[in-house]
Design a binder for this molecule. Structure first.
Ligand code: GLN
Length: 268
């Protein structure tokens, strides 16, 4: 009888201990950032909203139609926001301000035809990729630059126009040196510099390149590409729950054909 009491007391003590340990563990997880194994509640900069930073001069991914920002990224973001039950708000800013806006917690994500790079991964998380990007080279018709190789030829010192803060700028300065590469605030300005003869070519993403060539006479895109890359959404490193939710949304929107339908609407 005595022994039985002892056993019961021991079992009760053990139960209490286990319960405390359990509670303690729960407390720490709810305070620290959510882990992938737990369904975390989503926090965004403004409750009920999904604020997206972009640079709306990047047709067909983001551009103005009247005073509304439209395009592939805008529509994909709207589809993601709908899945998460949030209202999409788009903020237009310089391309090279997007990552800072994300890291400073001013916006929830950047979606701007942004390429995943090792350097950017040091400051932000990237979602799974939703599109392939290509860095193309625009030249004037009749240009002595006929292929990418010409830029690397012995003695070649072609002046390259790029957009500030983009992979085109980063790769070109690595390859040809800062002296030969001019960063412009927008792709439009880089193309204007090409037309005006200030640079010999412009390195920029292929889809915007196509619209620049379509909208200006006397320009062409070289057949060989300069670089291949993956576009993704960037999200603050301390918001893994949002990263996870966006990844799930992109996976579902890819599987049900929504993303392809959006791309097909803008890229014929
Ligand atoms: N894909 C390029 C980059 O990530 C350019 C994007 C852009 O200009 N919007 O740097």
């Amino acid at each position: 009888m005595k022994n039985l009491k002892k056993i019961i007391a021991l079992v009760m003590a053990l139960c209490m201990l286990l319960c405390f340990a359990g509670c303690g563990a729960e407390d720490t997880t709810s305070e620290s950032k959510p882990t992938t194994t737990e369904k975390a509640t989503l926090t965004t900069v403004k409750e009920g909203k999904l604020i997206m930073a972009t640079n709306a001069y990047f047709q067909p991914y983001e551009y103005y139609d009247g005073d509304k920002i439209v395009g592939i990224d805008a529509e994909i973001a709207a589809a993601i926001a709908e899945k998460l039950g949030l209202e999409l708000v788009i903020e237009d800013m310089a391309f090279d301000s997007i990552i800072t806006a994300v890291t400073e917690g001013k916006v929830d994500l950047g979606l701007a035809g942004m390429t995943i790079t090792e350097e950017r991964l040091k400051s932000v998380n990237f979602s799974i990729s939703y599109a392939k990007g290509v860095q193309s080279i625009i030249v004037k018709e009749g240009s002595p630059i006929t292929s990418v190789d010409d830029l690397y030829a012995d003695g070649a010192a072609y002046k390259v126009g790029t957009q500030l803060g983009t992979t085109g700028y980063i790769y070109a300065t690595d390859d040809f040196g800062e002296g030969l590469v001019t960063p412009y605030t927008t792709g439009n300005e880089a193309v204007a510099a090409l037309i005006g003869g200030d640079v010999d070519c412009v390195i920029i993403d292929n889809e915007p390149a196509k619209s620049f060539v379509a909208n200006n006479t006397g320009l062409k895109i070289l057949e060989t590409s300069y670089a291949d890359e993956d576009y993704a959404a960037c999200i603050a490193k301390n918001n893994e729950a949002l990263l996870e939710a966006i990844d799930t949304a992109i996976t579902e929107l890819t599987a049900d054909g929504t993303i392809q339908a959006i791309v097909d609407k803008y890229i014929k």
